[in-house]
Write a protein that binds this ligand. Structure first.
Ligand code: NAD
Ligand code: UD1
Length: 315
C-alpha cells in the first residue's frame, strides 16, 4: 500500500497495537513520532526501531506536548487510552480525563495545527450486550462501562470535529485484537495472550463459563492495515467502521487449536462465568470492505501461529 501522507504521530505508540502501526508506517517510508506516557506501553515494543522514530514520553492530557509532537504531522493515529475496563469502573473520573478529555485534546491539536486527518481507536464495547448479531455500525450503542461511554464520547467528538471544523476524522471499532506484543499479565488481558502464555509454559488455563461463548478475533496486522486505509481513503471522513473478521470462534475451540499448535493437550479448568460476560460478539465488516477496501489478510489459524511463535520465544 502507498500511503497518502509522509508524517504521522501515533499516540499510544509504545503499546501493543500502536507499535505495530509504527512498524508499518516505517515500512511505507513515513516519518514517525510516538507520544506515550508508558502507563501500559513498553519501550521494549519500540526497541527494534528506536533509532528510526522520534519518541516523546508524555501525556495526551498535556496540550502543549501534543502540539509539539504533532508539529508537521499530516495524520494522527490516536490509540492512547486507559484500556482496562475494570480500571475505568474503578476510576471513572480519572479515566475520563484521559479517554474523554485527552481524546478531545487530540482532536483540538489536529484543528489548531492543521493536521489533516485523525484515526481514532474505538471499540466494539460501545455495542454492550445487545444480543443482535452481527454488530452493525447503525445499531444503537448500549455502553455498559465507563470505558464504553468514553469511547462513544470520542466518536461523537470525532464527528463534531469533522462537521464543525473540517478535521478529517475516522473511527475504527476494533473487535477482539490479538497478536505479538499483547501483554498477558492481567487476568483481564486479552484471552489469546493469556492462553498463549499458558500453552507456552504448559500450564492449564481458566475457561470462564462453559466455553461456548464466542468472539470475533482480529489479528493485529489486519488492524494496522485498517488504520493505514482509514488514514488514506477518501469518502471515509466523519465515519465509523467495525474492524473484525466477520467470523466468530468459541473460547473452548480457541484453547483446542492452541493446544494442537503447542503439541500438548492440557485440560482447561472451568470457572463460573464472569459477571456481565457477553455471550457472542461478531462484526459486520461490510462497511469497512465497501468504503475502506478492508479485507482481513490473516485467517485465524495463520494469525494464531504467528502469535504463538512470538510467545514461545518470549516464554
Ligand atoms: P495498550 O495498553 O498496549 O496501548 C495503549 C497505549 O497508550 C500504551 O502504550 C499506554 O502507555 C498509552 N497511554 C495510556 N494513557 C496515556 C496517556 N494519558 N498519554 C499518553 N499515552 C498513554 O493497548 P492496545 O491494546 O494497544 O490498545 C490501543 C487502543 O486500541 C486503545 O485505545 C484501546 O482502547 C483500543 N482497543 C483495543 C482493543 C484490543 O483488543 N486490544 C479492542 C478495542 C479497542
Ligand atoms: C473485550 C475487551 C473489553 C471490552 C469488551 C467489549 C479485551 C482484552 N477486552 O472483552 O475491553 O469491554 O471486549 O465487548 O479486548 N476468558 C476465559 N479465560 C481467560 C480470559 C478470558 O475464558 O483467562 C473468556 C472471557 O470470559 C470471555 C472471552 O474469554 O468470555 C474473551 O475475554 P477477553 O479477551 O477478556 O475479551 P472480552 O470479554 O470480549
Amino acid at each position: 500500500m502507498t500511503t497518502q501522507f509522509k508524517n504521522a504521530l501515533i499516540t499510544g505508540g509504545a503499546g501493543f497495537i500502536g507499535s505495530h502501526i509504527a512498524d508499518a508506517l516505517l515500512a511505507e517510508g513515513c516519518t514517525v513520532t510516538v507520544l506515550d506516557n508508558l502507563s501500559t506501553g513498553r519501550l521494549s515494543n519500540l526497541e527494534h526501531i528506536k533509532d528510526r522514530i522520534t519518541f516523546h514520553k508524555g501525556d495526551i492530557q498535556d496540550q502543549e506536548m501534543l502540539a509539539y509532537a504533532a508539529k508537521d504531522c499530516e495524520v494522527i493515529f490516536h490509540l492512547a487510552a486507559v484500556v482496562s475496563v475494570p480500571q475505568t469502573v474503578e476510576h471513572p473520573v480519572d479515566s475520563a480525563l484521559v479517554n474523554d478529555i485527552g481524546t478531545l485534546r487530540v482532536f483540538e491539536t489536529a484543528r489548531k495545527n492543521r493536521v489533516k486527518r485523525v484515526v481514532f481507536s474505538s471499540s466494539c464495547a460501545v455495542y454492550g450486550d445487545d444480543p443482535e448479531l452481527p454488530k452493525r455500525e447503525v445499531m444503537i450503542p448500549k455502553p455498559l462501562s465507563p470505558y464504553a461511554v468514553q469511547k462513544l464520547t470520542g466518536e461523537f467528538h470525532a464527528r463534531l470535529y469533522h462537521d464543525l471544523y473540517g478535521v478529517e476524522t475516522v473511527c475504527l471499532r476494533y473487535f477482539n485484537v490479538y497478536g505479538p506484543r499483547q501483554d498477558p499479565s492481567s487476568p483481564y488481558s486479552g484471552v489469546i495472550s493469556i492462553f498463549m502464555k499458558k500453552a507456552a509454559s504448559k500450564e492449564s488455563p481458566f475457561i470462564y463459563g462453559d466455553g461456548t461463548q464466542s468472539r470475533d478475533f482480529v489479528f493485529v496486522k489486519d488492524v494496522v492495515k485498517a488504520n493505514l486505509l482509514a488514514a488514506s481513503m477518501s469518502q471515509t471522513e466523519g465515519r465509523i467502521f467495525n474492524i473484525g473478521t466477520g467470523r466468530a470462534v468459541t473460547i473452548r475451540h480457541l484453547w483446542e487449536i492452541i493446544c494442537t499448535m503447542a503439541g500438548s493437550h492440557i485440560a482447561p479448568a472451568y470457572q463460573p462465568a464472569r459477571p456481565g460476560d457477553i455471550r457472542e460478539s461478531l462484526a459486520d465488516i461490510d462497511q469497512a470492505k465497501a468504503l475502506l477496501g478492508f479485507h482481513p489478510d490473516y485467517l485465524f489459524e495463520k494469525g494464531l501461529e504467528t502469535t504463538f511463535e512470538w510467545y514461545r520465544k518470549e516464554a
